[in-house]
Design a binder for this molecule. Structure first.
Ligand SMILES: O=C(O)CCC(=O)C(=O)O
Length: 271
């Protein structure tokens, strides 16, 4: 079976060329594509155990802005962590050398620049939804070339808050967002119809992954189960892009105001 090596010279995606080509066709048509079994069981177990180590050893040393708990006195309420690659060597290596690197380069037809590695959870019976949004609104790149790979660490379906995508919405361009006041997702599209005909629910098993464009509209709902729903997501933008500093400053100001209102600041998690 022939293996395609894409822009990155050091790694390959370990996916056959016919599959890569058809995945990119879907990605470019719909704005997202599911890649089944991208990570083997042993790889998923390694990711889970590295996350456990990070939560145990690294999170207590970080500012509260790096790990969002509903209640900082209750470890079981951890719902989101950002920039794992900036706080830990193992995740830094994964971010810059994992199999997502050549894959995402292939999808975006540009060089991979790491934007950040994040961990998402939905807690049992979680009432927090993820507002409909476009990642590109947060990143403010010109031109808007960017992508992410959301890797399922648990089984996920409609009952424990799977991701939904508005198929084809990446062709609408980046739309105005407003403050959402949702912890971890500060900006959202105010009037997006989440029941529209183009909404696609992504039902996944551990090791499946979704690549999505920075322009596609996506969201997730609440959980009606006692199961958690953990995922790691690698975000990147194209090496040919630059940041729109004015738009980025506007986004940062909104984020800081929302965090301050929720009493989340630069103080260590353990305080
Ligand atoms: O996991 C979620 O609910 C949201 C994830 C997300 O917005 C993303 O990966 O861009």
């Amino acid at each position: 079976m022939q293996i395609v090596t894409v822009m990155s010279t050091q790694h390959d995606t370990a996916l056959p060329d016919f599959q890569l080509g058809s995945l990119r066709d879907t990605f470019e048509r719909d704005g997202f594509v599911i890649i089944r079994n991208l990570f083997r069981e042993d790889e998923v177990n390694e990711l889970r155990s590295q996350v456990d180590r990070y939560v145990r050893d690294v999170v207590p040393t970080l500012p509260k802005t790096a790990a969002f708990f509903d209640d900082y006195s209750k470890p079981e309420t951890l719902r989101k962590m950002q920039s794992l690659d900036k706080h830990d060597d193992w995740f830094k290596g994964f971010m810059s050398e994992g199999k997502h690197v050549p894959l995402l380069e292939y999808f975006i037809r540009d060089g991979f620049v790491p934007q950040g590695l994040e961990w998402f959870n939905k807690l049992p019976y979680d009432k927090n939804f993820t507002p409909a949004h476009q990642d590109g609104f947060y990143w403010c790149r010109k031109p808007m070339i960017g992508c992410s790979l959301w890797i399922a660490l648990d089984s996920v379906d409609e009952s424990n808050a799977c991701l939904y995508y508005a198929r084809g919405s990446h062709k609408l361009g980046i739309m105005p967002h407003v403050s959402s006041n949702v912890l971890g997702f500060s900006q959202g599209l105010p009037d997006w119809d989440m029941k529209g005909p183009d909404a696609v629910a992504c039902i996944m098993e551990p090791g499946d992954a979704i690549a999505h464009s920075a322009e596609v509209v996506h969201w997730s709902g609440v959980s009606t189960t006692d199961r958690s729903r953990r995922a790691l997501a690698t975000f990147c933008y194209g090496a040919s892009t630059v940041r729109d500093e004015v738009a980025f400053a506007r986004y940062k100001a909104s984020l800081q105001a929302q965090l301050a209102a929720q009493d989340i600041d630069g103080k260590p998690v353990g305080t």
